[in-house]
Design a protein around this ligand. Sequence first.
Ligand SMILES: [Zn+2]
Length: 180
Amino acid sequence: MKITFVCNIDIDLKSPNLKEISDNYCKILKIITSQFFQQVILEFANHYMSQGIKPFSCDKCGNNKHFIWKTHHGKKTSLLTIFGLLNLFQLQIQCKICNCKMYLTRKLLGIAPRKRIPLDTIRKLGMIGALTTFRVAKKIVGMFGVVLDKMTVWHSVQKFRLLQNSDLISHDLLRGGDVR
Ligand SMILES: [Zn+2]
């Protein structure tokens, strides 16, 4: 899907030097990221809602055809990306068969409900954290204006290792090897 992204931000810069522009770019990056995520999700949702058969179904009755919009600005959901913590409005729809309401945002993003740090972020942070100290990892992501605490990096490294181990185990199982 082709998306035209337009963003208007008022920002005061003291000079046109590289540091000033870079510092201010980091400041607006979070705003741009949230707006971009929000717009992409909404445009895909609108596209799917206009289709006869949706790529998602009602959690309660399994209907995948008949829905109506409830809101584009439901309560916010937060998730940690490598661009920082994003707070996104939830898109909510209602099933016309059983009247069950459901949120679409996380379904479209492909992340589990209420999970604050998605798998993709764990992989990326875990990879950075595994290659360097947590203090340096924090500095690296901080270069782009992202505020992370060392514990988040530490938890991501732990989960990343668990994931790697489970990947190794499933790979072993596929080859018919022993699981230790
Ligand atoms: Zn339903």
